[in-house]
Write a protein that binds this ligand. Sequence first.
Ligand code: UDP
Length: 238
Amino acid sequence: MTRPRFNRILLKLSGEALMGEGAFGIDPATTARLAGEIKAAREAGHEICIVVGGGNIFRGLAAAAKGFDRTSADYMGMLATVMNALAMQNALEDIGVDTRVLSAIPMATVSEPYIRRRAVRHMEKGRVVIFAAGTGNPFFTTDTAAALRAAEMSCNALFKGTSVDGIYDADPKKVAGATRYERVSFQQVLSDDLKVMDASAVALCRDNNIPIVVFNIREQGNLTRVLDGQGTATIVQN
Ligand code: UDP
């Protein structure tokens, strides 16, 4: 079974993807490697915009469980994503990839404000656009931000880069013999509570007919392979 080739995609990078082997923060060798993957995909002709998470630095829900006010904690989480966005921008520009950071929380000194038309224009000019600060609203996640920006930017797919090569019927790191789905419906993801993205992000992709492609971002060259419909991944579709 072949998967389609995708031209314009939104790549969701969780904060954890930037940690490397560490347990917290940003690992420069890892951001450099990710930047290399993105550059290769750009050079292969794909248009890429990115939503970065913040879980490697701060998560609102976890902080609220320890007594923080949830709204303030979520804003802190969104600020964490801005740090990650700047780290990715640096890594990309170090290897000559034109990049713009657009933040949903205006922060004029370090980034441009998120304005959809401006983001579209940047992409038309071949730049990699990094969306920071999630949706700009507490009580959301960067998964939902990724689905929202993918719809706004008319992306052909949302690529979720993880440390496993797709969606399994059980956690492959814990259950021997767990099997990977090649293709799965949005409905099954929601009804079986398959751990892909949070339910509001999945529902937003379903309603806007944006396939979600789950793949291993740690494998060298995999982003470009999967963009071309090759390599191992799971596609979630209607
Ligand atoms: N966040 C938020 N609104 C958004 C996106 C993110 O409040 O639209 C906050 C939330 O507290 C979240 C944190 O930012 O825990 C970091 O984002 P997320 O947990 O989605 O990052 P990831 O798990 O992808 O690293």
